[in-house]
Design a protein around this ligand. Structure first.
Ligand SMILES: Cc1cc2nc3c(=O)[nH]c(=O)nc-3n(C[C@H](O)[C@H](O)[C@H](O)COP(=O)(O)OP(=O)(O)OC[C@H]3O[C@@H](n4cnc5c(N)ncnc54)[C@H](O)[C@@H]3O)c2cc1C
Ligand SMILES: NC(=O)c1ccc[n+]([C@@H]2O[C@H](COP(=O)([O-])OP(=O)(O)OC[C@H]3O[C@@H](n4cnc5c(N)ncnc54)[C@H](OP(=O)(O)O)[C@@H]3O)[C@@H](O)[C@H]2O)c1
Length: 435
């Protein structure tokens, strides 16, 4: 345990990233730690708990299993603890319900006495040790791990009008109610937009909107690429390879392969298409939905009558402007890394790379402080570590790297990809068996 308010490690934010770290550290009481979360209790995109939503990755990509399969905080331990392992198997889920995975993580957070909720970190300063000022007082630490995730993003032109009839998808569960008979526009062609559109056109009776328009800047409603070799991008070995590349090469890779993380699940697309078929051809509801991919919403103004007038620019046809009217607008336009204003007192000492703090191979921010004092950044280095950084795939591995660095050990026994990512020098090629 820490002495008073001093700890070896203080974690800022308790989403999956830092919850994974807290879970792995639990086995090492000699590394005293405290994790501070501003929410009053655990939450995981709760505003987007749309009925039927599922996890987009294997259940083995839980908080601990991929680096410590016998850890007591695994998803299987959770099922076992609740006496539902057999039922889970019998249910034959194609994918874990998102609410169930959220409940698992909440269970983990409740079993770890090192986690505190309802305390926001306001500032981090450094004088021999880190001084972390929170809404509940001040902690000191030898190391800090920032895990504040992503925050909702809407285009700048939309920000002033946000409220009851225009809101970000992260508020969907609370705000997308009583939409029966109304015109709704969903903007954004990622998984969030797809889930919102599907939910809206699946409502029945008086709860069904009059019209649901789905607008996306992407050329079509594209699927996620979840195939075997593509998934090798979501392995530790690729993360390390990506980290070794030059910045322009990394940027190009991310742009070309964005749909491996941000495309829409095939099952969601099938459900949407089938629901659309039934509405249009079985029930004759020809006007219920409208699909507008390949368009950007460039402006929203108050309509002449009620509601909003959306201006759409077509990506392929220059000077082509279209208009869509809606009573309610759901902005499913994505997320951006959360601001870290609390680092302001030491920000000038931290090296940057583009929009991010520059991290080393152990996810420690490069800075001018003592080498035995580190600020780690989880889910804040997508430009340096690749598309897997905000994803759950490498959460347990990344956290283990940090644990190892804190303990001064190297436990990693990385399984190589089938793919030779890096070029080999001629001498190495000759000695490689089978070449
Ligand atoms: C709807 C949705 C579903 C998703 N599903 C999947 C999926 O199935 N598979 C997948 O791989 N990825 C998924 N993702 C991606 C998602 O980014 C990760 O699953 C995950 O949430 C990242 O965890 P994190 O801990 O880094 O960040 P977050 O989950 O954003 O958690 C950060 C935490 O930090 C807290 N915080 C922020 N500032 C402070 C402060 N100053 N003081 C204290 N606390 C603070 C926040 O309140 C928050 O709880 C999904 C994303 C969304 C939006
Ligand atoms: N069930 C799940 O597991 C689940 C659910 C939701 C989200 N997620 C994950 O969370 C992450 C974020 O997903 P997301 O869907 O919220 O965001 P996203 O994938 O970033 O999608 C945002 C979409 O909005 C579009 N857009 C932005 N501004 C626009 C404008 N002015 N007009 C028209 N379109 C505009 C973007 O177009 P461009 O592509 O051209 O920029 C993009 O298509 C993804 O990794 C996703 O897989 C997972």
């Amino acid at each position: 345990m820490g002495e008073g308010n001093h700890f070896n490690v203080v974690g800022i934010g308790v989403g999956p990233s830092n919850l994974s770290l807290a879970s792995l550290l639990h086995a090492y009481p000699e590394v005293s730690n405290r994790f501070v979360e501003k929410r009053p209790q655990f939450g995981w995109h709760d505003g987007q708990q749309v009925p039927g939503a599922t996890l987009q990755v294997s259940m083995l990509k839980d908080l601990v299993t991929l680096s410590d399969p016998t850890n007591a905080f695994s998803f299987l331990s959770y099922l076992h603890d609740h006496g539902k392992l057999y039922h889970f198997i019998n249910a034959q889920f194609d994918a874990v319900p998102r609410q169930e995975f959220r409940n698992y993580m909440e269970w983990v957070s409740r079993r770890n006495q090192n986690i505190v909720f309802g305390q926001e970190v306001l500032s981090v300063d450094f004088r021999d040790v880190f001084e972390i000022r929170t809404t509940a007082g001040t902690l000191t630490a030898d190391n800090v791990v920032v895990g504040v995730g992503n925050e909702p993003w809407v285009p700048p032109h939309a920000r002033d009008a946000l409220g009851d009839s225009q809101f970000h998808i992260s508020e969907f569960a609370n705000r997308c109610v009583d939409l029966g008979g109304k015109r709704v526009a969903v903007i954004g062609g990622g998984q969030s937009g797809a889930e919102a559109f599907l939910d809206l056109i699946s409502r029945t009776g008086a709860a069904l909107p009059r019209r649901v328009s789905w607008i996306s800047r992407r050329g079509n409603f594209f699927p996620i690429d979840d195939s075997p070799f593509t998934n090798d991008y979501y392995m530790p070995s690729f993360s390390d390879y990506f980290f070794s590349l030059s910045r322009p090469v990394r940027e190009s890779h991310t742009a070309r392969h964005i749909l491996t993380s941000d495309g829409i699940s095939g099952s969601t697309l099938r459900e949407i298409y089938q629901r659309a078929y039934v509405h249009r051809f079985v029930h004759g509801a020809t006007d219920l939905f409208a699909l507008y991919p390949n368009r950007e919403v460039t402006q929203v103004t108050a309509a002449n009558g009620d509601g909003w007038d959306l201006t759409l620019a077509h990506n392929d046809i220059e000077d082509m402007v279209e208009h869509v009217e809606a009573d309610v607008i759901v902005w499913a336009t994505g997320f951006r890394p959360a601001r870290m204003d609390f680092l302001a007192p030491i920000a000038h000492r931290l090296e940057r790379e583009g929009d991010e703090y520059k991290v080393d191979e152990n996810f420690a921010v490069v800075w001018d402080g003592p080498p035995d004092r580190s600020i780690f950044a989880q889910n804040a280095a997508r430009q340096q570590r690749g598309l897997a950084d905000p994803n759950l795939s490498l959460t347990a591995w990344r956290a283990q790297r940090i644990v190892d660095r804190l303990r001064g050990v190297r436990t990693e026994n990385q399984t190589a990809s089938f793919i030779e990512w890096s070029a080999k020098r001629p001498a190495e090629l000759k000695t490689t068996p089978g070449r």
